[in-house]
Design a protein around this ligand. Sequence first.
Ligand code: ADP
Ligand code: MG
Length: 449
Amino acid sequence: MTQDDWGAVRAEIRSAIGASNYKNWIEPLALESIGEGVAHLDAPNAFLGDYVSKTFGDQIIYHLNRNGAQVQRLSFSVSEARAQTKPVTTSNRTDAAVALGGGKDPIKPDQRFTFDSFVVGKPNELAHAAAKRVAEGGPVTFNPLFLYGGVGLGKTHLMHAIAHELAVRRPDLNVLYISADQFIYRFISALRDRKMMDFKQLFRSVDVLMVDDIQFLAGKESTQEEFFHTFNALVDQNKQLIISADRAPSELRDLSDRIKSRLQCGLVVDLHATDYELRLGILHAKQELYSTIYPGVEVKTGVLEFLAHRITSNVRVLEGALTRLYAFASLVGREVTLELVQDCLSDILRASDRKVTIEEIQRKVSEHYAIRLSDLLGPRRTRSLARPRQVAMWLCKNMTSRSLPEIGRKFGKRDHTTIMHGVRKIDELRQTDSQIADDLELLGRALQE
Ligand code: ADP
Ligand code: MG
């Protein structure tokens, strides 16, 4: 890719994320090279690279590929000339299987996700206590431990924390953490490559197995079957299982009843939505961490309270907001005041302000495609109606906190699997079809206003 192509990529990103985001985050980057699916970017500091990777990584990759590059992931480094910081390499694949203890696998769980860095409050104290108990590595008392709760409430964090703790306390144990996505992927690869024996061997030789986000097994019947066998084999041997999902076992649709009842045999605990105290606690903990990384940045009292009060959606968004504040303040060398917060986080604040409803989305989409609302919601399945309908489904899934069954009900009593299918279809299309990608961008922005 030439520097001209990189210029084109940057221009596209600029129109996608807006001028001020562009100026703060993308402009300071330089494209060093692309090779073997990795784009190497030079950033002024590790913090900026880390933030850009998390926030705009997917978009950068998307636009690079649109302009002829073949890139699967980004690697950010800070050149000697710019700073004395070590390079950070970040991957957009967060679902890697993690083996510990007796494992030969060199991938380790996320270093940030430990019990030390987990802030305990009323909404998560039970889940935390249960995770702590399992992490002691003593005799198995409840099996499985089933953790559930909405997105960004700390399920993955707790599972990784268990893995860390077990690695220290019981290095003799073979601990495996895997996302359900990865489980499915490995299962399918094993089938394809005729390596089922290896697959079974791997999963049945572990002492502690954690499977994250098990809701993704929905509808995958043969994978479920294999999961069920693995599950039973391990429980029979009294090996600890830890499972997470975004909802309670009984509410997991498209999962066989045998599995559901098995999942309820152990201890089922949920992570509740955060409350103000917990959010503030988390922000204080983060502030402590950042004050060592950025000794120069001052955060005015009141700022954390403001954020804890205003950003109620989930912890990931809350953290993202604070991260951006620090990065911004360190770049421009300004104290973090409420005024700066309003400036720098206007999009996040607006998003948590505005509660978009399913009805608004349906109305906007029908206007945008110039079709009647009754047709959008009705039964006809011609492409000219089906595609906008799927776009609307996708927006409902991504812009509201409504569940798939709830969305289904509002789309002419459609089944939740239809909604899921629609959402997936659009997820695919937005990677390949720039018209759809533009529509989503435009509609998303219009709905935020
Ligand atoms: P989930 O898996 O439930 O979607 P994660 O475990 O990925 O959520 O958490 C999202 C982000 O929020 C992570 O960066 C995590 O460290 C942070 N987080 C969530 N809950 C807490 C908590 N109680 N204390 C500290 N950080 C938290
Ligand atoms: Mg998770």
